[in-house]
Design a binder for this molecule. Structure first.
Ligand code: NCD
Length: 332
């Protein structure tokens, strides 16, 4: 980010994302998003789910609208599901090829956004490696434009958080008395920073953040969670276990980061280790997954794994978010 693109705080983001009447204007963060908005989005997403083999849900909720996907970092699941979600709601969807976009020629992100605004893009979906970018853009767009955060540095990934909440709700029924364990590179994970804050708002109060010391978060980062450096201790009696990828692209200095074999031996989730968790515990992973590093391949493919359901729920959640902001676009 250059000097003209200042950092935003969470407080800015949380207040920026709602209209005066409380409806969703942008989706920038789950931290600070209220209980009723979260539940409303999950309920709306649920309405788009269809059994495997059935045709996917469709509607004309976004007919005439244009959604632009701007992914300045790699993505498979998030980008494909925003693309499908927009199309299934009847929008025109523009997938900008950022490798050939003018931002590579030095154009500022705001000039790219203003260009798309002039082409009548209504909803911009943004993934960027720098903290503060989605909120910064949201502050500068016209009243009739919405910004959706599709992954912001190691800070947040709100639609991933929502799809995790939906997946957990569908398996556990509610959020009472759950123990949720995240395992892996907690320090650099934007996923844990969205999913955990969303779960917290929905009533979960037992969180374990399990990682080698070099990948542990600061104590005041998620103050409601217990930081654990022993996998067995962290998994004991857990209801939900989420494995996370080592975010090598965000780790400047790899000193203290264990080798792959050492990592799997101490922090890899396997069938054997799952015996420590509750018998009906579910295993999650946001993808992309590194089999044999953070998770045993056979466990990822087992009945305990809900990883492909997370992907299916991701399309539904993104449809829900698009539909909600489009509703408020109509009123602005
Ligand atoms: C995650 C991301 O990009 O933050 N992936 C995703 O969106 N499903 C997790 C990761 O990259 O490890």
């Amino acid at each position: 980010m250059n000097a003209a693109e200042p950092d935003q705080t969470f407080e800015d983001e949380a207040s920026l994302q709602l209209n005066d009447d409380g409806s969703l204007r942008h989706l920038l963060t789950l931290k600070g998003l209220d209980h009723s908005t979260l539940v409303d989005l999950l309920d709306e997403a649920e309405s788009y789910l269809r059994p495997e083999g059935a045709l996917p849900a469709r509607s004309g909720a976004l007919a005439g609208r244009t959604v632009a996907n701007l992914f300045f970092e790699p993505s498979t699941r998030t980008r494909a599901s925003f693309d499908l979600a927009g199309k299934r709601l009847g929008a025109d969807v523009l997938n900008l090829d950022v490798n050939t976009s003018s931002r590579k020629k030095g154009e500022s992100i705001l000039d790219t956004i203003y260009t798309l605004e002039a082409m009548r893009c209504d909803i911009m979906v943004v993934r960027d490696a720098s903290a503060g970018v989605p909120a910064y853009i949201a502050k500068h767009v016209k009243d009739h434009v919405s910004i959706l955060n599709a992954g912001e540095s190691d800070v947040s990934h709100p639609t991933q958080g929502l799809l995790d909440l939906l997946t957990i709700r569908r398996h556990k029924g509610n959020f009472d008395n759950l123990t949720v364990a995240f395992v892996g590179d907690i320090r650099h994970s934007r996923v844990v920073r969205s999913t955990a804050w969303g779960l917290r708002t929905l009533g979960v109060d037992s969180f374990r953040l399990i990682s080698p010391p070099a990948m542990a978060p600061d104590a005041d980062d998620m103050p409601f969670a217990t930081i654990v450096d022993n996998l067995e201790e962290g998994l004991a009696g857990a209801d939900v276990i989420m494995a996370l990828r080592i975010q090598r692209e965000r780790i400047g200095n790899l000193d203290g980061i264990p080798s792959i074999d050492e990592y799997f031996a101490n922090f890899g989730i396997s069938h054997d280790r799952m015996k420590l968790a509750k018998p009906d515990a579910i295993v999650m992973h946001p993808g992309p997954m590194n089999r044999g590093i953070e998770i045993e391949g056979a466990l990822a493919d087992s009945a305990q794994s809900v990883i492909t359901e997370q992907v299916a729920n991701g399309v539904a959640v993104r449809m829900a978010v698009l539909a909600r902001v489009a509703q408020s676009l109509g009123r602005r």
